[in-house]
Design a protein around this ligand. Sequence first.
Ligand code: BGC
Ligand code: BGC
Length: 600
Amino acid sequence: MKKYIVFLGFLIINFSCNNDRNMISESEIDKKVDKLIQSMTLDEKVGQMTQIDQRFLDTITDLSTYSIGSLLSGGGSHPKVNEPQAWLDMYNGYQSETLKSRLQIPLIYGIDAVHGHNNVYGATIFPQNIGLGATNNPELIFKISEATSIEVAATGIDWTFSPCLSSPEDYRWGRTYEGFSSDPSLVEILGEASVKGYQSAQTNSGKKVVACAKHFIGDGNTEFGTGMNGLVDRGNTILNVDELKEKLLPKYQAAIDADVQTIMASYNSWNGVKCHGSKELLTDILKIEMGFDGFVISDWQGIDEIPGDYKSDIITSINAGIDMVMVSGQGQPYKKFMRLLKESVEEGSIPLARIDDAVKRILKVKIRNGLFDNPLVENDALKVIGSDTHRDIARQAVRESVVVLKNDDIIPISKDSKSIVVAGRGADNLGMQCGGWTINWQGGQGDITIGTTILDGIKKSVSAETNVIYSEDGQDLNDVDGELAVVVIGEDPYTEFFGDKDNLDLLNDDINTINNLKNKGYKVMVLLISGRPMNIAEHIDDWDGFAAIWLPGSEGDGVSDILFGDFQSTGKLSYPWPIKAEHGANADDKDLLFNFGYGL
Ligand code: BGC
Ligand code: BGC
């Protein structure tokens, strides 16, 4: 770090070389921030409040010209070559350019590291949150977040847009899997562990990561039919203020008490008002009543959805309490955003005091995270990305997330079986087992990164004499090939509104695969890869065993740990499983196939 001291030496304020978020006192931070604010022009303040996806930068020198506060990599926003060293080089390149600005305020770089450092090829991919909810293990979630932060920090990145604190109720929502549980009180416990894990991790050179609790608020509670395309995502959540406070705020209060430094506003509306434009939510409740002193980031083009033209969106959202805007640059050009924000202040539509408050919050987070001391990152930690230690944690998470829902004496499978058939679209498909938010925004199929498929895991587990026969759909098999089949079925990857569906039936192809095997006399152990409970009630009687494995990520051998009895299954449903999955978490008890907390 020392070698960058020159870079910062001239800084108006003499920041101490202290890496620890808590070792520099809050009053010292306040003094430093106040001095800095006094020396800033309105343009520089506006720059700090602007976040751009690096893909949409017109030219890299805009970072220094406008003193840009933040960059992000949205889903799939990679450096030219997607490998750890290139990420680090990209980060240092942007940061060095930013440090050429007059006041040399470092960038804070954000990314969706929501189940591991999931945009980076070769990173450890942990189970999606729905699976982590089934582990019901806060210590494990702490360890996962810590490992994720270490991988993120190794590439220089400062900030993860995680954890998602939604408590999804309608399983037709394409983001159900991003929530740990439909029960807010479980989300509260696991979310707190996650925030602590993310923010306590530190690389050897002192690099740390800021967490972001999202999406504030009611993202998982919208009414069916009010969202995009007449479905769920970005819809309207109807709750009176007391219900909102009682039901949805405690999980955020726990995150704030755990020192979460940023909170993301949600795309949805609350009682017909977009959260991004609600002063009641973002200022009165979140900042004043709940005492949140970090900064509020808007979601991707989120302010654009407030009714009215773009300038009025800016005025409404900043006055409501948004501190930094994820302009992204994909829709509205960021220079237009900066021009309109400045204009709104100059003409008095946004008070300067509001701008100063937003910038103070942003600078404080940067100082607390050691960014002024350590803006550039050395290549001393890249080997942690996808390390065996992290993959072991992920494998533990996978086996603890498997929820066995039916077992007619089919598992544990003997490792000495003469032969085992492994079938289904999901059996040898890393992309499918990782789901959305993996390498690309929408995820992908097949070998999208480094990892172990479920088939690979099974092959590694059995004895040398066992014949593992792979068949995608079971058609090519003879009935003499064995007596037991593991069939891996499920959903193709999706993210956000792409995963909104009004019908949660299994695919016909999957049913056909299972039937092909049953008709040939096999006993079937069905494994479902999915981001939510699905419609299995009509089929499960035909199956000998069934387990929900959610979206397990890169370590498929965690599944075989359970199949072959190396570990006892402990996973429990963190979402109730209705007979008709479309009825979601609010289905009546009599309409449930399996209760919340069930698991064999
Ligand atoms: C999502 C957020 C995400 C952001 C940046 C948005 O579309 O709603 O969860 O953090 O994009 O990728
Ligand atoms: C980005 C995502 C973002 C989404 C929002 C995509 O282009 O890559 O990160 O969440 O847009 O719609």
